[in-house]
Design a protein around this ligand. Structure first.
Ligand SMILES: *Cc1c(COP(=O)(O)O)cnc(C)c1O
Length: 273
């Protein structure tokens, strides 16, 4: 038996490694506070749980799902984006449900990267921004997030060959793990960068609904021009205590959404109806 060489390039998944270390400490009798994987420790809202319980009894949900996602779900997501962010999306062409932000981000790498291309990934950042490009046979180039820049990557520092080979740029605000909110002007600069270099901007919006002290986080798609060059990956996981439900969506540029969907139909069969 010989696993593929692409697996050799991957470091052990960070959170699996942390889990192992925590297990060791606990076994040694240490009272550990985990700063590993972020997972809400309160239950999913009752409304959601009872809707699923009811839907699970309906034989209409028992067959293969529609691979574009239920129209009712896409329309509800479009209404939510309109109400919450003032962003009007076309539910037929600009939204596809995903089996969690992780699936979506990983598959965007397969959909957009060739062996000589680059994904620009924040450092520190979510492991899939770097593991995904490697598994796609491409390269991840790290953009340092420094406190003196408000944890914004310095897009002016990315030029030459790296900018030419770049196809994807990952942003994530409110940011994990720094806790930073989006610095003034970064989304606008990212739109310019996307236009200049033909790079798809991917905003991971996992934490827009998890903010404090009255701060209300924007959507990247509110930025003028964002939909020409980018997509947002929106997730129910953190905002609604639904990490186990694997429920997210890609929203934004219709061509990028179509490319993601084309790839995805070859990989999974969609979300439980
Ligand atoms: C938790 C997390 C995700 C994964 O979200 P899912 O929708 O559960 O896959 C993606 N990005 C960041 C930054 C996260 O913290």
């Amino acid at each position: 038996m010989q696993p593929s060489s692409r697996l050799d390039q991957l470091p052990p998944y960070l959170f699996a490694e942390l889990e192992r270390k925590i297990g060791e400490k606990k076994a040694a009798g240490v009272d550990v506070i985990s700063l590993g994987i972020g997972d809400p420790d309160t239950p999913t809202p009752e409304l959601v749980v009872s809707a699923l319980a009811e839907a699970a009894r309906d034989p209409g949900t028992h067959r293969y799902p529609s691979n574009r996602g239920r129209p009712e779900l896409r329309e509800a997501l479009a209404r939510f984006y309109g109400r919450r962010f003032g962003v009007e999306l076309d539910a037929d062409t600009e939204i596809v449900p995903a089996l969690g932000a992780k699936e979506c981000i990983f598959n965007l790498n397969l959909a957009f990267l060739d062996p000589d291309s680059i994904a620009l990934a924040a450092d520190p950042g979510y492991p899939v921004y770097t593991g995904g490009p490697l598994l796609a046979g491409a390269e991840a180039v790290l953009m340092p997030l420094l406190p003196e820049r408000g944890f914004a990557p310095d897009l002016d520092a990315i030029g030459g060959e790296v900018a030419e080979r770049a196809r994807l740029l990952y942003l994530n605000y409110p940011n994990n793990p720094t806790g930073a909110i989006v610095p003034e002007g970064l989304f606008e600069r990212a739109v310019e960068f996307g236009r200049e270099h033909g790079v798809l901007i991917v905003h991971d919006a996992s934490y827009t609904e998890t903010t404090f002290e009255g701060y209300v986080a924007p959507s990247f798609l509110e930025t003028p021009g964002a939909r020409e060059v980018g997509v947002e990956v929106f997730s129910l996981s953190k905002g609604w205590n639904m990490t186990g439900w694997r429920s997210a969506a890609i929203m934004g540029n219709a061509d990028a959404v179509a490319a993601y969907w084309k790839l995805k139909t070859n990989i999974d069969s969609g979300m439980f109806e």
